[in-house]
Design a protein around this ligand. Structure first.
Ligand code: ZN
Length: 341
């Protein structure tokens, strides 16, 4: 944390940014276009402020490249070197708003009944500059695809996990999957890395979209991890609870056959912290064959029924975040479509 942030009151910082980003409800704009009642960035900050009123502690983990605070909310025990800690992160990729809404729904549940014997540290918006850019596009009616931070880096290729081993996709599409100049070169990734460095992180979950899948390490290689079965037990439990049609469960590197990816938070939580680490591709998106939705990138990633999807997903991941023991399934209970990874 830089000196000005360390000295400033994080709650005052939150309120100042809330005032700066206050706009009319974004849902009024989106509903007319069938895009669902998603909240704009100012409304998200208002939700965080309301959570702080209900006992969540607010911290500023760092600043984005445009100077927006990267907020962290803490619930349950105070985090420390000896306290088991769950981490939740969303809006790493700036268009994946159903992940952010799922995160807010989860925070609501955790504030209702604070976790016992464990700290939960939540980064609802790791990429504030990207989210603000997506919101500006939506309000202007501009149909743009946005994946990066303000410096053109894919934050989920910038973590220190096999960072220097470029995958085939990264070699083919160097700008789309731009990994930055070095691991944690981006201030947003540096912020979460630094915030978690002194903590005992043993569970982590990152909320993306779309595709209806619960992924576990590795992303960087098809080599299985030693604690694969424990990961799979948690992933299967979430996959079954997430949707009436269970999500797919697979190692990240098996999601698209033949393609691996490096620098992901999923691998970093597992390698650096030794955590049980999951990545949820929330929902199956909102695309349809209707031309207005096909031409709208926001609809690819985000289903129109926000509350129904987000509240069900939040309930599905809540036991994992609270540190509940895994539910071991016998193989006959395996959801259909599960990969053999
Ligand atoms: Zn993503």
């Amino acid at each position: 944390v830089s000196a000005p942030d360390a000295l400033a009151d994080p709650r005052a910082t939150l309120r100042a940014r809330l005032a700066a980003h206050r706009r009319p409800p974004l849902a009024d704009v989106l509903r007319r276009r069938g895009l669902g009642s998603y909240r704009g960035y100012g409304e998200v900050l208002a939700a965080l402020d309301a959570l702080a009123d209900r006992g969540a502690a607010v911290a500023v983990a760092g600043r984005s490249s445009r100077g927006e605070p990267v907020f962290a909310l803490r619930l349950g025990e105070a985090p420390g070197r000896f306290v088991r800690t769950s981490v939740v992160v969303s809006a790493v990729h700036p268009m994946e708003w159903i992940g952010l809404e799922t995160c807010l729904s989860l925070l609501h549940r955790l504030a209702e009944r604070p976790p016992a014997g464990r700290a939960v540290v939540v980064f609802p918006v790791l990429n504030p500059d990207g989210v603000l850019r997506v919101e500006a596009n939506l309000r202007a009616g501009a149909r743009r695809f946005v994946r990066h931070n303000a410096r053109g880096v894919d934050l989920n290729r910038n973590f220190d996990a096999a960072w220097d081993q470029k995958s085939v996709l990264q070699a083919l599409f160097p700008r789309l999957y731009c990994a930055g100049e070095h691991p944690a070169s981006e201030p947003e990734v540096a912020a979460i890395t630094r915030e978690l460095a002194p903590l005992r992180v043993d569970r982590a979950i990152s909320l993306h979209s779309f595709g209806g899948a619960v992924l576990y390490p590795r992303a960087s290689s098809r080599r299985p991890i030693a604690d694969r079965e424990e990961h799979r037990a948690h992933a299967r439990h979430i996959a079954r609870a997430a949707d009436p049609r269970p999500y797919r469960v697979t190692a990240c590197s098996w999601l698209v056959p033949g393609f691996t990816a490096t620098g992901l938070e999923l691998d970093w939580f597992h390698e650096r912290h030794g955590a049980l680490s999951l990545l949820v591709e929330c929902s199956r998106g909102g695309a349809s064959l209707h031309p207005s939705r096909l031409a709208e990138p926001f609809a690819w990633y985000n289903p129109p029924h926000v509350d129904r999807v987000a509240s069900r997903l939040a309930a599905a991941i809540e036991p994992f975040v609270r540190g509940d023991p895994s539910v071991t399934l016998n193989p006959s209970e395996e959801p259909a479509g599960t990969s053999p990874a």
